[in-house]
Design a protein around this ligand. Structure first.
Ligand code: GLU
Length: 320
């Protein structure tokens, strides 16, 4: 249920011509695992929104969630007002393709895009895994159901003419649990589509020797060439213990989305809170340092812009 709580007290205030009080409206942002970057995005946005609650009356929370696919589903049902989702799954939801075949998300609206999310493979040292193809015949954590990485993993496998049956075992642990599974030797490799540095890979590389693996070759080239939401990506060396060289892969963008059902003034207020205090937002996670306003309002967005966001971008001169 969507919850815009207007209390009797605030109605009285409005009737009396006073400024609406805080907690007039509660909004929620669906994020990802506790060890990812989405949760930091959501909580950073909420911190900036909540700093102005006394003036605008909006209160924001950003709970953990399974990830992109579930987030798009809960926006459609109205369980959440806003969410962070991968650009590839935003595209498929809007077009009713891939896992969203037959259930196009007509109400999905784009707000802005964020950091890049490289498709990331980390393997235990000593397993002999140095390429994506080396994963076949091994024990791989393919990601929890509902997550973006799980769904993107299936796309990569399909492009290679493979399935997760080609792994000895394909476990479905969440990003919060996969570092331990790798450290304890229950799996040989883990997969994550997320910004860097993130806590899941930090935890895994802090406790054991593990190497990030290149993901490249003809299948990856074809994916990047044919799909506007994929791009080549590099995970820079030096971010994680024992991983000093750059790793080549492909990736998507993290994007911030909402529903056409969410009122214009709500989205306007959220967007304004972020961009009026953008330097502070950018300082909230190392993955945000390269963010540029003019790119964020265009890149990686395939759903129509929400009119509340569009209004703010026009005011700032970022859209014609
Ligand atoms: N890209 C992941 C997903 O869509 C989440 C990454 C994160 O939490 O930072 O499920």
């Amino acid at each position: 249920m969507r919850s815009y709580r207007i209390s009797a007290v605030s109605v009285a205030f409005v009737l009396a011509g006073a400024v609406a009080s805080a907690q007039d409206r509660m909004i929620s942002i669906a994020t990802g695992s506790h060890t990812g970057v989405y949760i930091v995005v959501g909580q950073s946005i909420c911190r900036l929104v909540n700093a102005g609650s006394a003036e605008h009356g909006l209160r924001c929370s950003a709970p953990a969630s399974p990830g992109s696919i579930t987030n798009i589903e809960t926006i459609a049902t109205g369980e959440t007002d806003m969410a962070i989702v991968q650009s590839d799954w935003q595209f498929h939801a809007v077009n009713g393709t891939s896992v969203f075949e037959g259930r196009r998300a007509d109400d999905l609206r784009a707000v802005f895009s964020l950091h890049s999310e490289p498709f990331t493979v980390l393997a235990r040292a000593g397993t002999g895994i140095s390429s994506f193809e080396d994963l076949f015949g091994r024990r791989v954590n393919v990601g929890n159901p509902g997550s973006g990485q799980r769904a993107t993993m299936d796309v990569v496998l399909a492009q290679m003419g493979r399935t997760s049956d080609d792994f000895t075992s394909a476990s479905e642990l969440s990003p919060a649990d996969q570092a331990d599974a790798l450290a304890e030797g229950q799996v040989d490799a883990i997969v994550y589509t997320a910004g860097h540095p993130n806590r899941s890979i930090q935890e895994a590389t802090a406790s054991i020797d593990a190497q990030l693996v290149d993901v490249r070759g003809p299948a990856i080239d074809a994916l990047v060439e044919r799909n506007p939401y994929f791009e080549k990506a590099t995970i820079p060396g030096g971010l994680y213990n024992g991983n000093d060289v750059d790793v080549e892969t492909f990736g998507v963008k993290a994007t911030f989305v909402t529903s056409a059902q969410v009122p214009q003034d709500v989205v306007y207020t959220v967007v304004k809170a972020v961009f009026d205090d953008f330097e502070r937002f950018r300082g909230m996670h190392p993955a945000f340092v390269d963010l540029k306003e003019a790119e964020m309002v265009v890149d990686g967005l395939s759903a129509p812009l929400h009119p509340g966001a569009e209004r703010y971008y026009r005011e700032r001169g970022w859209l014609e």
